[in-house]
Design a protein around this ligand. Sequence first.
Ligand code: MN
Length: 257
Amino acid sequence: MKHSDYDADRLILVCNDDGIFAPGIRALAEVAKEFGQVEIIAPDRQQSAVGHSITVSDPLRVTPFQINSKMEGQAVNGTPADCVKLAHDKLMKKKPDLVLSGINHGSNAGINIIYSGTVSAATEATILGYPAIAVSCTEFSESADLSGAQEAIRRTVRYILRNGLPAGITLNVNAPAGPLKGMKWARQANSRYVEEFEGRIDPHNKPYFWITGRLEILDKGDDLDLNVIKQGYATITPIQYDLTAHKFYENQKDDLE
Ligand code: MN
C-alpha cells in the first residue's frame, strides 16, 4: 500500500556521513520511500565531521551495496560531498527532485553544523540546485529510537512539497531520540567547544591527544536550536552556504588604498 504522499515520478537521493551501513540511513530511506523512488548513494565508511571536504588527489570508486543479494545502494570511497557531486554528475538514472542526508547519529545543532558531513551532503545538493534536508538524531547511539527524527523528516519533506524552498537555502533538522514531541523553527546557537582535548600517555611514554570536549552556548534565546532541543522538541533551521558577512559588507564604503 502506497502512502498518500507517494509520487512514482519523484526521485529522492539519500546520503549520509555515518556510512551506508549505518542504521540511520536505512531509517531515512524508509521515510523517503513514502514519497517516491529512492536511490542511496553514500560513503562506504564512517565520515563524520569531515565537513565539506572533497577528494581531489585520489580516484573515487563506487561499489554496489547489497543486503541479502538485494541492491540497496551505491557505496563511494569518498566524503558526503563527493557522494552528492558524483551522484549528480554520473551515478543517478535521472536528476533527483529532493536530496536527504542522515539520519545522523548525533546532534548537528549549534556549531556542529560547520563540522558536519551530514549537513555538507545537503549543502552540496543545495549548491547543485536541489532542495535538500539534513536530519540528525541528537542521541549518538546507533541503537537510539529514530521514530521522532523520521516523523520530523516526514513533516519537513511535506513542508517543501507544499512551499518549495528558495535557492541557496538548506534545511537542517535535529530531533531528540524517541517519539516526536513537536517541531519548532529555531536558529543556530552561537556556540563552541571547550575543554576540547584529553591528553594521555601512550605505551611508549609519548603524549597524545584525543578530541572530546563539551559544547558551550555563547548565545541567549528561546529560539536557539540547542535550547529548543533541550526542551525535548525537534528543530528546523534554514541555513545557507553564502558565507559573506552581508551587514558588515554593506557598511564598507571605501576601497582600501
Ligand atoms: Mn555522523
